[in-house]
Design a protein around this ligand. Structure first.
Ligand code: GLN
Length: 280
């Protein structure tokens, strides 16, 4: 009874009993991780017998998932835009909504432009790395206040062979004074401290709070980013930001006299999610 198929069924049942909605796919992903194979392998080899050691490793992962640890942290992997990124508990798990920022940058700039880009609060590095992979002539700089996040981002840059086109610095936005940029991009922490407690258990219990919390009105970091960007951007340079669904009006107030708002883009739920601004 230790075939791949039997293990998958048991795993899925176990997760289902523990209220994990994605129990079936999670069971498959976790067993693939243990076997170090693609998911298709499980289907094609479903009668293969597993050693008790492998079953034990599978059970360890199932128990982590039972405690609501995000699957991306257990697998140390998350797909974003067109690539896979290494992730661990030191960085926010890249979100599909953030891909909107990449899509917009692709629309604004063509393949032949040479640009210098700054990513503020790079986390896993998913934004800057995705942009640089699409635009060969861009040069990147990325900062994060967390030393551990910078390590993860550097690792991802290495995996994607971009280490010579992007510089990483452990720095807060206020203390960063280096360079002049054509484009500044950021998905900063923007959740109101008082609303944090309503987030899902898998987020709250595992993702770095520092990457989520934007102070009492959620705008603390935006304030700093806008101030700093008006200094570090070249004239006519662009600022592309991810925002919370209810923050557009307050953002307009912060941008006033410094930036012109070109465009607001909605996310897949029809909520305001991304602002494109030009430095005045
Ligand atoms: N830039 C990273 C991302 O978009 C991290 C964002 C953050 O930590 N707030 O996933």
């Amino acid at each position: 009874m230790n075939s791949i198929q039997a293990a998958l069924n048991r795993g899925s049942k176990f997760l289902k009993e523990n209220s994990i909605i994605s129990h079936q796919i999670d069971s498959e992903l976790l067993l693939s991780k243990v076997l170090n194979k693609k998911r298709e392998y499980l289907v094609l080899n479903n009668t293969q017998i597993l050693s008790s050691d492998l079953i034990f490793q599978f059970e360890v992962l199932l128990n982590r998932r039972k405690r609501k640890e995000p699957i991306a942290y257990i697998l140390n992997r998350k797909e974003f835009w067109k690539n896979n990124f290494y992730v661990d508990k030191n960085v926010l798990i890249p979100r599909p909504d953030t891909e909107i920022l990449i899509e917009q940058v692709m629309k604004i700039y063509n393949k032949d432009q040479r640009l210098s880009v700054l990513d503020i609060g790079t986390g896993s590095g998913c934004i800057i790395i995705s942009i640089l992979k699409e635009r060969q002539k861009f040069k990147g700089t990325a900062i994060d206040i967390s030393e551990k996040a910078i390590k993860v981002a550097k690792f991802n840059a290495k995996i994607h062979q971009l280490n010579n086109r992007v510089n990483f610095y452990k720095s807060s936005v206020d203390n960063f004074f280096l360079g002049k940029y054509d484009l500044i991009i950021s998905n900063p922490p923007y959740i109101n401290s008082l609303k944090l407690k309503y987030l899902d258990k898998d987020i709250l219990g595992y993702e770095p709070i520092q990457a989520l919390e934007g102070g009492l009105n959620g705008l603390k970091v935006f304030h700093k980013i806008i101030k700093k960007s008006s200094k570090l951007l070249k004239k006519g340079g662009k600022l592309v930001l991810e925002i919370g669904f209810d923050q557009k009006l307050e953002m307009l107030r912060l941008l006033k006299n410094k930036f012109f708002l070109n465009k607001t883009i909605k996310d897949y739920n029809g909520k305001d999610r991304c602002l494109i601004c030009t430095k005045l």
